[in-house]
Design a binder for this molecule. Sequence first.
Ligand SMILES: [Zn+2]
Ligand SMILES: [Zn+2]
Length: 161
Amino acid sequence: MFQTDGGKRRTLNPNNSMTTPVATSRRRILSGKCLCGAVHYAVADEFRYALNCHCSDCRRATGSAFKPFAGIERAKLELTQGKERVLVFGDEQANHDVHCGVCGSLLFSVVQGGASVHVTLGSLVDEPTIRPTAHIFVGDKAPWFTITDALPHYEGHETPK
Ligand SMILES: [Zn+2]
Ligand SMILES: [Zn+2]
């Protein structure tokens, strides 16, 4: 079938027409929130890595034996509720942790000079596709905690592949 549209033509950018609508329609968005519910966020289910960190900073920030977290580009996470209630710990212009200012939950950390965020898996409401693949900073592990799963251990950062 052939139709004219009155001579009007639209120039489509081939890159946009091929990738943008597909990527947008397939994107799965996960929600997360703090303990009291004052702060909510939304993050794409497109995490690039997930790890269990045993460093003393992560243990103290969460009050746990270790912190399961997943990394993603900062632009793929946004605060959807309670933006004015957050508590920022660290350098707001660089690396910092974002907590709920009411109940104190650690929601995510801004890392790599602002390029990425490390989302605490424990604050997600929805189930992410990714799973933690290793234990890192096992050299700083709490002595009272024994790792009983089969994931690889790294003394510090995971060795880049
Ligand atoms: Zn809260
Ligand atoms: Zn850590």
